[in-house]
Design a protein around this ligand. Structure first.
Ligand SMILES: [Zn+2]
Length: 370
């Protein structure tokens, strides 16, 4: 495929439903050449056209560029501490179908088998149109696709078994992928430096510098939850002491109230954070303060334009915004207090990791189509 054709597909992916006229302008090609390009991509079953909604401006009617009804698709999967999900995603990011199931008491290998069986069924259902997969996982993913999820007690789980010998297979940490998605299609789009933090069981995140996620030498950057901003007497599932993540998640809320560690740490935390009873509210306030203080430390160190929060961070921001704000401001260096970077709920919410996985897989597929 030509460079122009790839550029056109990228434009349609980034702006689904873009008119043919606008797409032509964006890739800097004349109307005649664009018509020819669209025709060629239609024959290749990559692109189709639909009548554009009239914009009210004068000029010849144009058409919208949409995914071809028999075009390539991506499977996007996310595994959280309580649920796994697989979506089939078309060019432009639209979801055709979504399958989800609770994790329950199953091991990492059993979850990999369950997700793998679903992916195999979806590939048959869509007549082999699914060309690759992106996976968001709740831990660190090595270059050879082995997952360690310390808070689930999973070690060396082979993610590649979900789709052995897939042409396109990308997998990464959920918080890192959520940060990437937020920078592509969320509040951090266009930021020079953005910090995304995701509280689930523990805390993860990523720094996005000029649209590029800082992944680190081993691909394991962004483990901000394991910075020692927490109580040094508390041992983290990662093996270290005093990790910040143990001060801001469901385990912190349980410890503060003298409860046992819950089996459903996310749902448990959501119940506590939304409660107005005095004891849960006091625990929520303590955790919100720990979150705000840590964010200040990261803002002092990284100097981002904005901070977006995902997962339980959104619940805390809703329930105790003044506690977060107060601790955040108190921890900021004086010169930053005049106009501190805003701390906001991520626009993509709980879908962030899955959308990030879909985005990574589509980026790889668009490159492979050339
Ligand atoms: Zn830790």
């Amino acid at each position: 495929m030509t460079t122009r054709a790839t550029e056109l597909l990228r434009v349609v992916h980034a702006r689904p439903g873009v008119t043919r006229a606008d797409a032509a302008r964006l890739i800097g090609v004349g109307t005649g050449a664009t018509t020819e390009l669209v025709g060629r991509l239609g024959q290749a079953e990559l692109l189709a056209e639909a009548p554009a909604t009239p914009s009210g401006t004068r000029g010849r009617p144009t058409t919208s560029l949409i995914p071809h009804p028999r075009g390539p698709l991506i499977a996007a999967a996310s595994i959280t501490h309580e649920q796994w999900r697989v979506d089939v995603v078309e060019l432009g990011g639209g979801t055709l179908v979504s399958v989800r199931e609770d994790i329950g008491e199953r091991s990492g290998e059993q979850i990999v088998a369950a997700v793998g069986a679903t992916v195999a069924k979806l590939r048959r259902d869509y007549s082999d149109r699914i060309r690759g997969i992106g996976i968001a996982a709740p831990g660190t993913v090595s270059r050879d696709l082995m997952l360690d999820a310390s808070s689930l007690g999973w070690r060396d789980v082979d993610l590649a078994a979900i789709w052995p010998k897939a042409d396109i297979f990308v997998a990464g940490n959920d918080a890192t992928l959520a940060a990437s998605a937020e920078s592509h299609r969320g509040l951090a789009a266009g930021a020079s430096v953005a910090l995304h933090l995701r509280v689930e069981a523990g805390l993860g995140g990523a720094v996005v510098d000029g649209g590029k996620v800082l992944v680190g030498a081993l691909g394991a950057a962004g483990e901000f939850g394991h910075m020692p901003f927490g109580d040094p007497t508390v041992t983290c599932p990662c093996g270290a002491r005093g990790c910040w993540g143990t001060a801001v998640d469901g385990s912190a809320l349980a410890r503060l109230q003298g409860h046992d560690l819950p089996r459903d740490p996310i749902s448990y935390a959501r119940r506590i954070i939304s409660s107005s009873d005095p004891e849960p509210a006091a625990a929520t306030a303590t955790v919100a303060t720990a979150l705000g203080r840590g964010i200040a430390g990261l803002v002092n160190g990284l100097d981002p334009d904005l901070v977006t929060l995902g997962g339980l961070g959104v619940d805390l921001l809703t329930a105790a915004p003044e506690r977060i704000e107060e601790a955040y401001r108190a921890g900021l260096m004086g010169f930053r207090r005049e106009s501190p970077p805003p701390v906001l709920a991520a626009a993509l919410g709980d879908d962030g990791p899955l959308l990030g996985a879909a985005e990574e897989a589509w980026t790889a597929l668009l490159t492979a189509l050339t």
